[in-house]
Design a protein around this ligand. Structure first.
Ligand SMILES: [Zn+2]
Length: 97
């Protein structure tokens, strides 16, 4: 692999990491928001517990789906695992940062 590919992998990883952090923030926010809506039905009106639990499930499922699609090594396309601040891919050893 040449130097140019190396730079490309790093840039692509940077983009994926940004998207992943954004997705984590959005998913956390939505799940928290839904629990607040459930607890403060004086403020937000009455939603059934089932509706809110279904909505949370949708958020979590969407997040998992997005992660499976996004959180992959730019070089070998394998799943990157739990660590968001990875330095290198453990499958192909490509340097990510
Ligand atoms: Zn890899």
């Amino acid at each position: 692999m040449g130097k140019r590919d190396d730079q490309q992998v790093k840039r692509e990883f940077w983009l994926r990491q940004g998207r992943q952090l954004l997705a984590i923030a959005a998913a956390l926010f939505l799940v928290l928001l839904l629990s607040v809506v459930y607890k403060r039905h004086d403020l937000f009106g009455e939603y059934s517990k089932n509706t809110l639990m279904a909505a949370q499930l949708v958020v979590i499922t969407a997040f998992i789906g997005f992660t499976a699609f996004n959180w992959r090594c730019p070089s070998c396309k394998k799943y990157l695992g739990k660590d968001i601040h990875k330095r290198a891919c453990r499958h192909c050893k490509a340097r990510l940062r």
